[in-house]
Ligand binder design. Structure first.
Ligand SMILES: *Cc1c(COP(=O)(O)O)cnc(C)c1O
Ligand code: SF4
Length: 336
């Protein structure tokens, strides 16, 4: 067994912040001193709930309806418009779902849906219509996943995704990590999470100790879209992870109005570098219903990216990729 002394107070703290996340559009507008006559009433919460922790709101600029962090979470009236080519399951994930909560699309790695919700609801999320209710979570699932992995020796990496896997308590994560440790074929466990970004004190001492005590490498994949998301607390959390030998990567989604200039992406990469986080992927928007207002024309995407290539050292340029159904990997968008 991996030793794990749970420091309940610390855990309570991030959980408390989570419980106090803002879910009312009117409340968010009032905190930011914004007006509903310009922005609407946030009625799209009917389609996908709004959820944003105060620690993230604190990084938004007041009186600015175009703030890049605000735009990621604001339920825009445009979400009701149906757009050509935008659907509820753009990646056809349902078909790569051999057992509940487990996706095996790419040979050497499986992705698990380890939690049914997130700490922040991002409006452009391709999982906004995901039938979480039909998936089961919890210890009973884990055994099914691990049995599947054992039957597929080509798998050497388990990805904990979501919903947000860091919603699991440290105690639960420790139980899960213990079970994974019993599979010698697993070299890496990757955690895809937005929780440490929106609530940096999710990086608890127990979590760090857990990651250093297991027999596989732990990789934390952050999801940061704009340099303004990184404040001193985020930097400190990332530094702690680095000190605990956790490999840190970042994925971003290229979003109209949020991070669609070379200069914004360049400062994001530089700031990630300051935090010991390696830029990994820059995803184009998945065509999910309700997110069409974030879409950029492909020619614009190519222009931004070629400018980015010319502005940064190669190791700070994220790979520009697109997720397509029925492919064996993400699809790189190549420049001609
Ligand atoms: C993105 C993704 C992965 C991970 O892909 P990498 O290219 O290894 O980062 C694995 N499984 C699924 C279903 C994915 O969508
Ligand atoms: S899965 Fe990721 S992108 Fe989607 S809502 Fe949750 S945190 Fe946001």
């Amino acid at each position: 067994m991996i030793p794990c002394s749970i420091n309940t107070c610390h855990n309570l703290e991030w959980k408390k912040q989570l419980a106090q996340a803002v879910t009312s559009p009117a409340e968010l507008l009032s905190i930011l001193n914004l007006k509903s006559d310009e922005l609407g009433l946030g009625k799209a919460t009917e389609l996908f709930g709004m959820k944003v922790p105060h620690a993230f709101i604190a990084r938004m600029e007041k009186n600015n309806p175009k703030d890049p962090l605000f735009l990621q979470v604001w339920p825009e009236d445009k979400e009701f418009e149906l757009a050509d080519g935008f659907s509820k399951d753009p990646l056809q994930e349902q078909s790569a779902n051999p057992i509940p909560g487990l996706l095996h699309k790419y040979g050497s790695r499986v992705l698990t849906i380890s939690a049914a919700s997130c700490a922040v609801n991002c409006r452009y999320c391709f999982r906004r219509h995901f039938p979480y209710d039909e998936q089961k979570y919890g210890d009973s699932n884990w055994q099914d996943w691990l049995d599947y992995v054992t039957k597929h020796p080509e798998i050497n990496e388990i990805i904990l995704s979501g919903g947000d896997p860091l919603l699991l308590s440290d105690e639960k994560l420790s139980r899960l990590f213990n079970r994974i440790s019993s599979l010698p074929q697993i070299k890496r466990v990757r955690i895809h999470s937005r929780l440490p970004l929106v609530i940096p004190n999710r990086i608890t001492q127990d979590f760090l100790e857990l990651c250093t005590s297991v027999g596989f490498r732990v990789i934390l994949v952050w999801h940061i879209n704009h340099a303004n998301e990184i404040d001193q607390h985020v930097k400190e959390a990332a530094e702690k992870c680095h000190a605990a030998n956790i490999m840190q990567l970042n994925q971003s989604v290229l979003l109209k109005g949020v991070n669609d200039t070379c200069q914004q992406l360049q400062s994001l990469s530089e700031k990630l570098f300051d935090c010991m986080i390696q830029p990994y992927y820059l995803h184009t928007l998945d065509p999910v219903q309700g997110a069409a207002h974030f879409e950029l024309p492909e020619s614009v995407i190519r222009d931004i990216y070629s400018e980015l290539l010319a502005s940064l050292p190669g190791f700070l340029v994220p790979k520009l990729v697109k997720e397509e159904a029925n492919r064996r990997s993400k699809t790189p968008l190549l420049l001609s």
